[in-house]
Write a protein that binds this ligand. Sequence first.
Ligand SMILES: *Cc1c(COP(=O)(O)O)cnc(C)c1O
Length: 370
Amino acid sequence: MRNYLLLTPGPLSTSQTVREAMLQDWCTWDKDYNEGIVTPIRKGLLAISGLSEDEYTTVLLQGSGTYCVEATIGATVKSSDKLLILANGAYGERMAEIARYYHIDHVLVSLHETELITGEVARRALEANPGITHLSMVHSETTTGLLNSIEEVADVIRGRDITFIVDAMSSFGGVPIDMKALGIDFLVSSANKCIQGVPGFGFIIAKREKLMACKGIARSLSLDIYAQWETMEKGGGKWRFTSPTHVVRAFFQAMKELNEEGGIAARYERYKQNHRTLVDGMRALGFKTLLPDASQGPIITSFLYPSADFNFVAFYEALKQKGFVIYPGKISDADTFRIGNIGDVFPKDMEKLLENIAGLSPDLIKGAGE
Ligand SMILES: *Cc1c(COP(=O)(O)O)cnc(C)c1O
Protein backbone atom coordinates (compact mmCIF):
# COMPACT_ATOMS: atom_id res chain seq x y z
CA MET A 1 0.00 0.00 0.00
CA ARG A 2 2.74 2.43 0.98
CA ASN A 3 4.76 4.02 -1.82
CA TYR A 4 7.53 5.10 0.55
CA LEU A 5 8.00 6.21 4.13
CA LEU A 6 7.93 9.99 4.53
CA LEU A 7 10.57 11.16 6.99
CA THR A 8 9.33 14.70 6.55
CA PRO A 9 7.69 17.28 8.82
CA GLY A 10 4.21 17.01 7.29
CA PRO A 11 2.46 15.85 5.29
CA LEU A 12 3.91 12.77 6.89
CA SER A 13 3.39 9.02 6.83
CA THR A 14 -0.06 8.20 8.14
CA SER A 15 -1.38 4.82 9.22
CA GLN A 16 -3.34 2.72 6.80
CA THR A 17 -6.40 3.04 9.06
CA VAL A 18 -6.21 6.87 8.88
CA ARG A 19 -6.10 6.68 5.08
CA GLU A 20 -8.96 4.15 5.00
CA ALA A 21 -11.11 6.49 7.11
CA MET A 22 -11.42 8.68 4.00
CA LEU A 23 -13.32 6.06 1.99
CA GLN A 24 -16.77 7.43 2.83
CA ASP A 25 -18.54 10.65 1.92
CA TRP A 26 -20.18 12.92 4.49
CA CYS A 27 -22.80 15.63 4.35
CA THR A 28 -21.60 18.88 5.86
CA TRP A 29 -24.85 19.86 7.54
CA ASP A 30 -25.89 16.41 8.70
CA LYS A 31 -25.62 15.55 12.39
CA ASP A 32 -23.64 12.36 11.63
CA TYR A 33 -20.83 14.67 10.54
CA ASN A 34 -21.23 17.66 12.84
CA GLU A 35 -22.23 15.87 16.03
CA GLY A 36 -20.48 12.61 15.31
CA ILE A 37 -17.13 13.85 14.00
CA VAL A 38 -16.55 17.62 14.28
CA THR A 39 -17.80 18.15 17.82
CA PRO A 40 -15.88 15.16 19.26
CA ILE A 41 -12.72 16.49 17.56
CA ARG A 42 -13.20 19.91 19.18
CA LYS A 43 -13.80 18.34 22.58
CA GLY A 44 -10.98 15.87 22.06
CA LEU A 45 -8.44 18.60 21.34
CA LEU A 46 -9.21 20.16 24.72
CA ALA A 47 -9.20 16.77 26.45
CA ILE A 48 -5.74 15.78 25.18
CA SER A 49 -4.50 19.20 26.27
CA GLY A 50 -5.95 18.84 29.76
CA LEU A 51 -8.09 21.96 29.30
CA SER A 52 -11.64 22.64 30.47
CA GLU A 53 -14.40 23.75 28.12
CA ASP A 54 -15.30 26.56 30.51
CA GLU A 55 -11.99 28.30 30.01
CA TYR A 56 -10.81 27.14 26.59
CA THR A 57 -12.34 26.50 23.20
CA THR A 58 -11.28 25.48 19.70
CA VAL A 59 -11.71 26.69 16.14
CA LEU A 60 -11.12 24.42 13.15
CA LEU A 61 -10.26 26.22 9.93
CA GLN A 62 -9.80 25.13 6.31
CA GLY A 63 -6.35 25.46 4.74
CA SER A 64 -2.80 24.62 5.75
CA GLY A 65 -1.15 25.66 8.99
CA THR A 66 -0.12 29.08 7.72
CA TYR A 67 -3.79 29.96 7.15
CA CYS A 68 -4.42 29.41 10.84
CA VAL A 69 -1.37 31.43 11.94
CA GLU A 70 -2.47 34.24 9.63
CA ALA A 71 -6.08 33.98 10.84
CA THR A 72 -4.98 34.15 14.46
CA ILE A 73 -2.67 37.14 14.05
CA GLY A 74 -5.16 38.91 11.77
CA ALA A 75 -8.07 38.43 14.17
CA THR A 76 -6.34 39.16 17.48
CA VAL A 77 -3.99 42.12 16.95
CA LYS A 78 -6.01 45.34 16.55
CA SER A 79 -4.74 48.49 14.84
CA SER A 80 -4.10 50.05 18.26
CA ASP A 81 -2.06 47.01 19.42
CA LYS A 82 1.61 46.17 19.05
CA LEU A 83 2.93 42.69 18.29
CA LEU A 84 6.35 41.39 19.31
CA ILE A 85 7.56 38.48 17.17
CA LEU A 86 10.49 36.41 18.40
CA ALA A 87 11.88 34.48 15.44
CA ASN A 88 14.74 32.08 14.76
CA GLY A 89 13.71 30.47 11.53
CA ALA A 90 11.46 30.62 8.49
CA TYR A 91 8.20 30.07 10.39
CA GLY A 92 8.90 32.86 12.89
CA GLU A 93 9.85 35.15 9.99
CA ARG A 94 6.59 34.19 8.27
CA MET A 95 4.65 35.66 11.22
CA ALA A 96 6.36 38.99 10.51
CA GLU A 97 5.42 38.67 6.85
CA ILE A 98 1.80 38.21 7.93
CA ALA A 99 2.04 41.31 10.16
CA ARG A 100 3.39 43.29 7.18
CA TYR A 101 0.53 42.17 4.92
CA TYR A 102 -1.97 43.27 7.57
CA HIS A 103 -0.16 46.57 8.33
CA ILE A 104 0.07 45.49 11.95
CA ASP A 105 2.34 47.53 14.21
CA HIS A 106 5.03 45.00 15.08
CA VAL A 107 8.60 44.44 16.23
CA LEU A 108 10.54 41.51 14.82
CA VAL A 109 13.46 40.11 16.80
CA SER A 110 15.35 37.89 14.38
CA LEU A 111 17.82 35.53 15.94
CA HIS A 112 20.26 33.34 14.10
CA GLU A 113 18.66 30.05 13.07
CA THR A 114 20.74 28.05 15.54
CA GLU A 115 20.13 30.41 18.48
CA LEU A 116 17.38 29.52 20.99
CA ILE A 117 14.58 31.88 21.98
CA THR A 118 14.99 32.12 25.73
CA GLY A 119 13.45 34.12 28.56
CA GLU A 120 16.39 36.51 28.35
CA VAL A 121 15.66 37.20 24.67
CA ALA A 122 12.03 37.98 25.54
CA ARG A 123 12.95 40.16 28.53
CA ARG A 124 15.40 42.28 26.51
CA ALA A 125 12.93 42.72 23.65
CA LEU A 126 10.14 43.82 26.00
CA GLU A 127 12.45 46.31 27.75
CA ALA A 128 13.57 47.79 24.44
CA ASN A 129 10.01 48.05 23.05
CA PRO A 130 7.41 49.54 25.36
CA GLY A 131 3.72 49.11 24.59
CA ILE A 132 3.79 45.47 23.45
CA THR A 133 0.29 43.95 23.72
CA HIS A 134 0.86 40.61 21.93
CA LEU A 135 3.83 38.23 21.70
CA SER A 136 4.10 35.47 19.13
CA MET A 137 6.70 32.77 18.64
CA VAL A 138 7.22 29.28 17.23
CA HIS A 139 7.63 26.35 19.63
CA SER A 140 9.28 23.71 17.42
CA GLU A 141 11.07 25.66 14.65
CA THR A 142 10.85 23.14 11.85
CA THR A 143 13.44 25.09 9.83
CA THR A 144 16.19 23.50 11.92
CA GLY A 145 14.44 21.21 14.41
CA LEU A 146 15.19 23.44 17.36
CA LEU A 147 12.76 23.48 20.31
CA ASN A 148 12.29 26.97 21.76
CA SER A 149 11.65 27.49 25.44
CA ILE A 150 8.02 28.62 25.58
CA GLU A 151 8.30 27.94 29.33
CA GLU A 152 10.96 30.64 29.84
CA VAL A 153 9.10 33.15 27.68
CA ALA A 154 5.89 32.39 29.60
CA ASP A 155 7.70 33.19 32.85
CA VAL A 156 8.78 36.56 31.48
CA ILE A 157 5.37 37.67 30.23
CA ARG A 158 3.36 36.37 33.20
CA GLY A 159 1.47 39.26 34.82
CA ARG A 160 2.26 41.71 32.01
CA ASP A 161 -1.13 41.58 30.28
CA ILE A 162 0.36 40.40 27.00
CA THR A 163 -1.57 38.04 24.73
CA PHE A 164 0.63 34.99 24.07
CA ILE A 165 0.34 33.35 20.62
CA VAL A 166 2.27 30.14 19.98
CA ASP A 167 2.78 28.41 16.64
CA ALA A 168 2.92 24.84 17.92
CA MET A 169 2.37 23.48 14.43
CA SER A 170 5.04 20.81 14.50
CA SER A 171 4.97 20.11 18.25
CA PHE A 172 1.33 19.91 19.36
CA GLY A 173 0.38 16.27 19.87
CA GLY A 174 4.02 15.17 19.89
CA VAL A 175 5.44 17.24 22.75
CA PRO A 176 3.49 17.88 25.97
CA ILE A 177 2.41 21.54 26.31
CA ASP A 178 0.63 22.81 29.42
CA MET A 179 -1.25 25.71 27.83
CA LYS A 180 -2.89 26.78 31.03
CA ALA A 181 0.26 26.75 33.18
CA LEU A 182 2.13 28.64 30.45
CA GLY A 183 -0.63 31.19 29.97
CA ILE A 184 -0.82 30.54 26.22
CA ASP A 185 -3.86 32.38 24.86
CA PHE A 186 -3.81 31.06 21.28
CA LEU A 187 -2.09 27.84 20.22
CA VAL A 188 -2.05 27.04 16.51
CA SER A 189 -1.47 23.65 14.88
CA SER A 190 -2.62 21.63 11.91
CA ALA A 191 -4.03 18.26 10.92
CA ASN A 192 -0.99 16.86 9.18
CA LYS A 193 1.71 17.07 11.83
CA CYS A 194 1.96 15.28 15.19
CA ILE A 195 -1.69 14.22 15.36
CA GLN A 196 -0.80 12.26 12.19
CA GLY A 197 -3.76 13.21 10.04
CA VAL A 198 -3.73 14.29 6.40
CA PRO A 199 -3.43 17.91 5.19
CA GLY A 200 -6.44 20.18 4.65
CA PHE A 201 -7.23 22.08 7.84
CA GLY A 202 -5.69 23.51 10.96
CA PHE A 203 -6.97 24.44 14.39
CA ILE A 204 -6.63 27.04 17.07
CA ILE A 205 -6.98 26.28 20.75
CA ALA A 206 -7.91 29.53 22.45
CA LYS A 207 -8.54 30.95 25.86
CA ARG A 208 -12.29 31.52 25.64
CA GLU A 209 -12.34 35.10 26.94
CA LYS A 210 -9.52 36.10 24.56
CA LEU A 211 -11.34 34.64 21.57
CA MET A 212 -14.55 36.41 22.60
CA ALA A 213 -12.61 39.67 22.40
CA CYS A 214 -11.79 38.98 18.72
CA LYS A 215 -15.27 39.74 17.45
CA GLY A 216 -15.08 42.24 14.61
CA ILE A 217 -11.26 42.46 14.44
CA ALA A 218 -10.53 40.13 11.49
CA ARG A 219 -9.59 41.81 8.19
CA SER A 220 -10.46 38.69 6.21
CA LEU A 221 -13.86 37.04 5.86
CA SER A 222 -12.72 33.46 5.37
CA LEU A 223 -9.99 33.76 8.03
CA ASP A 224 -12.25 35.26 10.69
CA ILE A 225 -11.69 32.84 13.57
CA TYR A 226 -14.36 34.46 15.72
CA ALA A 227 -17.03 34.07 13.03
CA GLN A 228 -15.87 30.51 12.36
CA TRP A 229 -16.10 29.74 16.08
CA GLU A 230 -19.55 31.28 16.38
CA THR A 231 -20.94 29.14 13.53
CA MET A 232 -19.34 25.97 14.95
CA GLU A 233 -20.63 26.72 18.39
CA LYS A 234 -24.18 27.65 17.38
CA GLY A 235 -24.43 25.13 14.56
CA GLY A 236 -23.24 22.19 16.69
CA GLY A 237 -20.05 21.64 14.70
CA LYS A 238 -21.00 23.35 11.43
CA TRP A 239 -18.26 25.01 9.37
CA ARG A 240 -19.07 28.34 7.68
CA PHE A 241 -17.87 27.26 4.24
CA THR A 242 -17.31 23.85 2.62
CA SER A 243 -15.38 21.78 5.08
CA PRO A 244 -12.77 19.20 4.04
CA THR A 245 -15.01 16.32 5.14
CA HIS A 246 -12.71 13.40 4.26
CA VAL A 247 -9.75 15.08 5.89
CA VAL A 248 -11.76 15.79 9.02
CA ARG A 249 -12.91 12.17 9.18
CA ALA A 250 -9.28 11.03 8.84
CA PHE A 251 -8.31 13.40 11.66
CA PHE A 252 -11.02 11.89 13.86
CA GLN A 253 -9.43 8.48 13.31
CA ALA A 254 -5.93 9.92 13.90
CA MET A 255 -7.03 11.33 17.26
CA LYS A 256 -8.45 7.96 18.22
CA GLU A 257 -5.09 6.37 17.37
CA LEU A 258 -3.25 9.01 19.40
CA ASN A 259 -5.35 8.10 22.43
CA GLU A 260 -4.83 4.37 21.81
CA GLU A 261 -1.10 4.95 21.72
CA GLY A 262 -1.36 6.44 25.22
CA GLY A 263 -1.83 10.11 24.43
CA ILE A 264 0.68 12.88 23.92
CA ALA A 265 3.12 11.65 26.61
CA ALA A 266 3.44 8.24 24.90
CA ARG A 267 3.80 9.76 21.45
CA TYR A 268 6.49 12.10 22.77
CA GLU A 269 8.43 9.06 24.05
CA ARG A 270 8.19 7.37 20.64
CA TYR A 271 9.36 10.49 18.80
CA LYS A 272 12.25 10.86 21.24
CA GLN A 273 13.21 7.23 20.62
CA ASN A 274 13.00 7.73 16.85
CA HIS A 275 15.21 10.78 17.20
CA ARG A 276 17.73 9.06 19.50
CA THR A 277 17.98 6.04 17.20
CA LEU A 278 18.47 8.27 14.17
CA VAL A 279 21.05 10.62 15.68
CA ASP A 280 23.11 7.88 17.34
CA GLY A 281 23.13 5.91 14.09
CA MET A 282 23.97 8.89 11.87
CA ARG A 283 26.80 9.93 14.20
CA ALA A 284 28.14 6.37 14.10
CA LEU A 285 28.20 6.70 10.30
CA GLY A 286 30.15 9.96 10.63
CA PHE A 287 27.40 12.53 10.07
CA LYS A 288 27.18 15.63 12.26
CA THR A 289 24.05 17.43 13.45
CA LEU A 290 23.62 21.15 12.86
CA LEU A 291 22.42 21.79 16.41
CA PRO A 292 23.93 20.86 19.74
CA ASP A 293 21.79 18.31 21.62
CA ALA A 294 20.71 20.97 24.17
CA SER A 295 18.64 22.97 21.67
CA GLN A 296 17.52 20.04 19.50
CA GLY A 297 13.87 18.94 19.65
CA PRO A 298 12.54 15.44 18.88
CA ILE A 299 10.55 16.41 15.74
CA ILE A 300 13.08 16.82 12.94
CA THR A 301 16.88 16.81 12.77
CA SER A 302 19.18 18.83 10.51
CA PHE A 303 22.41 17.14 9.41
CA LEU A 304 25.37 18.93 7.87
CA TYR A 305 26.56 17.84 4.43
CA PRO A 306 29.49 15.51 5.14
CA SER A 307 31.65 17.24 2.52
CA ALA A 308 31.57 20.34 0.32
CA ASP A 309 30.88 18.24 -2.77
CA PHE A 310 28.15 16.10 -1.15
CA ASN A 311 25.47 15.49 -3.75
CA PHE A 312 22.18 15.79 -1.87
CA VAL A 313 20.03 15.05 -4.92
CA ALA A 314 21.86 11.78 -5.58
CA PHE A 315 21.71 10.84 -1.89
CA TYR A 316 17.98 11.69 -1.80
CA GLU A 317 17.20 9.70 -4.94
CA ALA A 318 19.16 6.68 -3.72
CA LEU A 319 17.24 6.65 -0.42
CA LYS A 320 13.94 7.13 -2.22
CA GLN A 321 14.74 4.03 -4.29
CA LYS A 322 15.07 2.20 -0.95
CA GLY A 323 11.69 3.50 0.24
CA PHE A 324 12.61 6.54 2.33
CA VAL A 325 11.85 10.16 1.51
CA ILE A 326 13.91 12.71 3.43
CA TYR A 327 13.86 16.52 3.34
CA PRO A 328 16.21 19.19 2.04
CA GLY A 329 17.65 21.80 4.40
CA LYS A 330 16.12 25.23 4.80
CA ILE A 331 18.78 27.49 6.27
CA SER A 332 20.85 30.02 4.45
CA ASP A 333 24.36 29.75 5.86
CA ALA A 334 25.03 26.02 6.15
CA ASP A 335 24.49 23.11 3.78
CA THR A 336 22.09 20.76 5.53
CA PHE A 337 19.46 18.15 4.94
CA ARG A 338 16.70 17.14 7.33
CA ILE A 339 15.20 13.87 8.51
CA GLY A 340 11.85 13.89 10.32
CA ASN A 341 10.99 11.67 13.26
CA ILE A 342 7.22 12.16 13.26
CA GLY A 343 4.29 10.32 11.70
CA ASP A 344 3.53 6.61 11.63
CA VAL A 345 7.25 5.99 12.08
CA PHE A 346 8.94 3.79 14.67
CA PRO A 347 12.49 3.17 15.91
CA LYS A 348 12.70 0.04 13.72
CA ASP A 349 12.05 2.23 10.67
CA MET A 350 14.96 4.42 11.71
CA GLU A 351 17.15 1.33 12.04
CA LYS A 352 16.16 0.28 8.52
CA LEU A 353 16.93 3.75 7.22
CA LEU A 354 20.37 3.65 8.86
CA GLU A 355 21.12 0.22 7.38
CA ASN A 356 20.21 1.60 3.98
CA ILE A 357 22.40 4.68 4.38
CA ALA A 358 25.29 2.49 5.52
CA GLY A 359 24.76 0.31 2.45
CA LEU A 360 24.86 3.18 -0.08
CA SER A 361 27.70 3.39 -2.53
CA PRO A 362 30.64 5.05 -0.67
CA ASP A 363 30.83 8.01 -3.06
CA LEU A 364 27.29 9.04 -2.02
CA ILE A 365 28.32 9.56 1.62
CA LYS A 366 31.90 10.60 0.94
CA GLY A 367 33.33 12.73 3.72
CA ALA A 368 31.22 11.26 6.50
CA GLY A 369 33.45 10.26 9.37
CA GLU A 370 36.59 11.93 8.02
C1 LIG B 1 4.31 23.18 9.01
C2 LIG B 1 4.52 24.43 9.78
C3 LIG B 1 3.72 25.58 9.55
C4 LIG B 1 2.64 25.65 8.52
O1 LIG B 1 3.07 25.40 7.27
P1 LIG B 1 2.00 25.08 6.12
O2 LIG B 1 2.87 24.77 4.95
O3 LIG B 1 1.19 26.29 5.94
O4 LIG B 1 1.20 23.92 6.63
C5 LIG B 1 3.89 26.66 10.38
N1 LIG B 1 4.81 26.67 11.37
C6 LIG B 1 5.58 25.59 11.61
C7 LIG B 1 6.56 25.65 12.74
C8 LIG B 1 5.47 24.45 10.83
O5 LIG B 1 6.25 23.39 11.07
